[in-house]
Design a binder for this molecule. Structure first.
Ligand code: ATP
Length: 392
C-alpha cells in the first residue's frame, strides 16, 4: 500500500526545523511520497512580514530539492475561500483512495490538535505523526496522545533531536540583518536574499504609524478600531487576490478619516473634487465622507496614488466597473472582523471565494435596505447594482 505523508504549514519561511521533521518521517515510515502543502494565510496570522504564496511555494521547492519523495503542492494556496486541513484530507482521500495517509505536525500543533476544525474526521482518515519542537516536550506530547487516543489509535510520536527553530524567530533575524546560515536550507536563504524578502520597508512602516496616529486623533474610538480592522482585512484580501498589501493597508486605515467631521466640513472637502454631485448624493450626508476622505488625504496627507484615492472615494457608494483594488476596500469595510450583522460570517466567506460575488451579495443587501426604507439610491450605487447584481 502506498504511504503518503502530508506536511502543511505557513512556511514563512520554511526552515531546517521543518525539513528535519519531514526527512526523519520519510525515513522512519518509509514514505513513498511526501506532500508539502503551504497553507493560505490564516487571517489571525496576518502580519506585515508575510510573503506571497508564490514565494512560499518556491522556497518549499528549494528546501526539498534534494529529496525525491517530496512534492510541493499548491492545492491550499489556490483553493478559493477559507482552507482547512480537513478539506485537504478529503481531497487527498479522493485522489489516493488506496493510500495510507500520514499527517505530520510539530509538537505545538499536536498539543492543540483537539481544537482543529473537524479533527475527528482527520484522525479517522490518517495517522497523526509528531515530534517535539521544544526540549522536554515529549512528556506533554505523551499526555496529549492519551487524550487523542479516545478518537484514534493511529498516533505516532517520534523521538528525534529537537531543533528549537521557528519562522517567527527567523523573520525577526532576517529583518535585523542577522546571520541565518544553518537555520534555513542554503538555497532558501539565497532565494530570500535575491528576492529581498523579509526586508522591512521602513518608509511604509513610518507611513502606517503616522496615519494611525492621525486617524486616532480624528476618529471616535470605535471608528478607529473599525479602521484598523478594515486595514487588516484589506491586507488579507490583497494577498488573496494578488493586489498590493501595503497600499491596501493605507487605504483601509484612511477610508473613514473624515467620518467624524461635521457634515458641512465633509461636504466642503467632497466638493473640492471636480465631481458634479446630483441631488440624491447631496441630500444624504452619510455618503459624503468617502469623497471627502479622498480629497483630504490627497491634500493634507500627500497621498497621490490614484488606486488608493479611488478606493477610498467609492468605498461607501461603490460604482460600476470597480477595479479589484476598489472592490477589496469596499468589501473589507463590510466584512471587517468587528462586523456582526446576522450574515456577516457568510458574507465574509463569499468575499473570500469571489470578489464579484461579494459585490453582488453586498449590493443586494445594502440596496435592498434602502428600498425597504424608501431611501434614495445615489447614481453610483445603482450603476454598481446594475453592474454586479443582475444575472445575465
Ligand atoms: P511561525 O513562527 O510563523 O508560527 P512555524 O515555525 O511554527 O511558524 P509553521 O509553518 O507554522 O512554522 O509550521 C508548519 C509545521 O511545522 C507545524 O506543524 C509546526 O508545528 C512544524 N514545525 C515548525 N517548526 C518546527 C520545528 N522546529 N521542529 C519540528 N516541527 C516544527
Amino acid at each position: 500500500m502506498e504511504k503518503i505523508g502530508i506536511f502543511g504549514g505557513t512556511f514563512n519561511p520554511i526552515h531546517q526545523g521543518h525539513v528535519h521533521l519531514a526527512k526523519h518521517y520519510i525515513q522512519e515510515l518509509k514514505l513513498d511520497k511526501l506532500l508539502v502543502i503551504p497553507t493560505k494565510y490564516p487571517p489571525h496570522k496576518m502580519a506585515r512580514d508575510l510573503v506571497s504564496g508564490k514565494d512560499r511555494l518556491e522556497m518549499c521547492r528549494l528546501a526539498f530539492g534534494d529529496c525525491p519523495q517530496a512534492q510541493v503542492s499548491d492545492m491550499e494556496i489556490v483553493r478559493p475561500g477559507r482552507s482547512y486541513t480537513v478539506d485537504t484530507i478529503r481531497q487527498l482521500r479522493k485522489d489516493y483512495p488506496q493510500a495510507k495517509l500520514f499527517l505530520l505536525v510539530g509538537g505545538d500543533m499536536f498539543r492543540s490538535f483537539h481544537r482543529w476544525y473537524c479533527f475527528e474526521e482527520i484522525l479517522q482518515n490518517c495517522t497523526l505523526c509528531t515530534a517535539a519542537r521544544e526540549r522536554n516536550e515529549l512528556q506533554e506530547l505523551a499526555r496529549c496522545r492519551i487524550l487523542l487516543s479516545q478518537y484514534s489509535e493511529n498516533l505516532i510520536i517520534l523521538d528525534i533531536p529537537v531543533l528549537e527553530l521557528s519562522s517567527t524567530e527567523i523573520r525577526s533575524r532576517l529583518e535585523k540583518g542577522e546571520n541565518c546560515s544553518g537555520l534555513l536550507p542554503e538555497a532558501v536563504l539565497s532565494y530570500i536574499r535575491e528576492q529581498k524578502l523579509y526586508v522591512p520597508d521602513r518608509a511604509h512602516e513610518a507611513a502606517v504609524e503616522r496615519f494611525t496616529e492621525k486617524i486616532r486623533s480624528m476618529l471616535k474610538p470605535s471608528r478607529f478600531e473599525h479602521s484598523l480592522n478594515v486595514a487588516k482585512r484589506a491586507v488579507y484580501l490583497a494577498d488573496l487576490y494578488g493586489e498590493d498589501g501595503k497600499k491596501a493597508e493605507i487605504a483601509g486605515l484612511l477610508h473613514d478619516i473624515c467620518k467624524n467631521m461635521p457634515p458641512e466640513e465633509q461636504l466642503q472637502w467632497a466638493k473640492k473634487s471636480a465631481i458634479i454631485f446630483d441631488k440624491s448624493f447631496l441630500d444624504q450626508p452619510q455618503l459624503w465622507h468617502g469623497f471627502a476622505a479622498a480629497e483630504y488625504i490627497q491634500q493634507e496627507l500627500g497621498i497621490q496614488d490614484p488606486a488608493i484615492l479611488d478606493a477610498v472615494r467609492y468605498h461607501t457608494v461603490g460604482r460600476a466597473e470597480m477595479s479589484t483594488f476598489e472592490k477589496i476596500i469596499f468589501l473589507a469595510d463590510l466584512t471587517s472582523e468587528e462586523r456582526s450583522y446576522p450574515s456577516a460570517e457568510e458574507v465574509r466567506d463569499t468575499v473570500d471565494q469571489s470578489l464579484d460575488e461579494g459585490m453582488r451579495v453586498s449590493l443586494l443587501f445594502t440596496i435592498g435596505k434602502l428600498v425597504e426604507n424608501r431611501q434614495p439610491i445615489c447614481r453610483d450605487s445603482w450603476l454598481a447594482y446594475n453592474c454586479y447584481v443582475p444575472e445575465s
